[in-house]
Design a protein around this ligand. Structure first.
Ligand code: IPM
Ligand code: MN
Length: 354
């Protein structure tokens, strides 16, 4: 069986981390005897010069026909003032919406050896193992009407959530929690927002079907603080779209670097896998980016799209082994440290261990 994967390297450091991830995918293919057929397509700012849009129709069609999609990053300051259809972020949002991937899994794990990599005290962060379940196709990112009138100095976005949208993503959170430490923390701002009041009520209804899972509700401001103060207390953190975007970056700092975090976007027919970090234009092309977020996204693809658990564990084991042995990209190292690995060297080390 050949599995067809569309690669969308995108902008900034996207191409570097994607080729690192592909190196690891090839190592998995060789070791376990699988056939992965990869095709690269354009997305983001990288697609605009040749097609006039950040999401060319052929890219979207290829993704819809694929078995899985691996994306690097989108975002290019050159398009900050471009019309919405040319903005790199628009491409990613349209891709998520068209694929119907409403549940975005973002695990944040403190890998042994990285206790001192981040700014927080090792004793507080050691053992952190949480996973965001972020609603991905609703909320402020997609709500209509929306507009900007710069000259009038006025603008509008719409925040709307329906029962069905909350129900389906909540089921994903509770199902995952059952296989973990059986705690769901549902994040909202129900003291202020009506959408959050609906969110809380629907999550309570869904929870009734999972008697073995404990549910707690937390306001988003309190949650932001708790993630820094006591990250180990969290298991599954269920959020609406914007809250999950913000809190997952914070979790990157907790576990040592945003460059470590992978994600899986599920719920439609085709899974979309991408590191949580952005295009990081200021370090693009220097071979100093961390490929681990992209590599762990491949592990999530193997597990969630292909059901290849041993293969996913082999990738995660190779990442863990490299980090335990002291391999560090610049983002993980002490300032001024020498002997850091570049993006390609880190990916080769991990691929070699597989
Ligand atoms: C992310 C990114 C995206 C988001 C951007 C690039 C549209 O920040 O995946 O976290 O906000 O969802
Ligand atoms: Mn983000």
């Amino acid at each position: 069986m050949t599995r067809r994967i569309i690669l969308l390297p995108g902008d900034g450091i996207g191409p570097e981390v994607t080729s690192g991830a592909v190196r690891v995918l090839q190592a998995v293919a060789a070791r376990f005897g699988h056939a992965f057929d990869t095709t690269t397509e354009l997305i983001g700012g990288a697609a605009v010069p040749s097609s006039g849009t950040s999401l060319p129709p052929r890219t979207l069609e290829a993704c819809l026909k694929a078995d899985a999609v691996l994306l690097g990053a989108v975002g290019d300051p050159a398009y900050d003032r471009a019309p919405r259809e040319q903005r790199p972020e628009y491409a990613l949002l349209t891709l998520r919406k068209t694929l119907g991937v409403y549940a975005n899994l973002r695990p944040a794990t403190l890998w042994p050896g990285l206790e001192d990599a981040g700014p927080l005290k090792a004793a507080r962060v050691a053992g952190t193992d949480l996973c965001f379940v972020r609603e991905l196709t609703g909320g402020l990112y997609f709500g209509e009407p929306r507009w900007l009138d710069l000259s009038a100095g006025d603008s509008l976005n719409t925040l709307r959530y329906t029962r069905d949208e909350v129900t389906r993503v909540a089921h994903v959170a509770f199902t995952l929690a059952q296989g973990r430490r059986a705690l769901v923390t549902s994040v909202d701002k129900a003291n202020v927002l009506e959408t959050s009041q609906l969110w809380r009520s629907v999550v309570n209804d869904v929870a009734a079907g999972y008697p073995l899972v404990r549910l707690e509700h937390m306001y988003v401001d309190a949650c932001a603080m708790a993630i820094a103060l006591d990250p180990r207390r969290f298991d599954i953190v269920l959020t609406e779209n914007l809250f999950g975007d913000i809190l997952s970056d914070e979790a990157g700092a907790v576990v040592g670097s945003l460059g470590l975090l992978p994600s899986a976007s599920l719920g439609g027919g085709v899974g979309l896998y991408e590191p949580v970090h952005g295009s990081a234009p200021t370090i693009a092309g220097q071979d100093i980016a961390n490929p681990i977020g992209a590599i762990l996204s491949v592990a999530m693809m193997l597990r969630h799209s292909f059901g290849l658990t041993a293969e996913a564990e082999a990738v995660e084991g190779a990442v863990g082994g490299a980090l335990k042995a002291g391999a560090r990209t610049k983002d993980l190292a002490e300032p001024g440290a020498t002997g850091n690995l570049g993006c390609a060297a880190m990916a080769s080390l991990i691929a070699g261990a597989i």
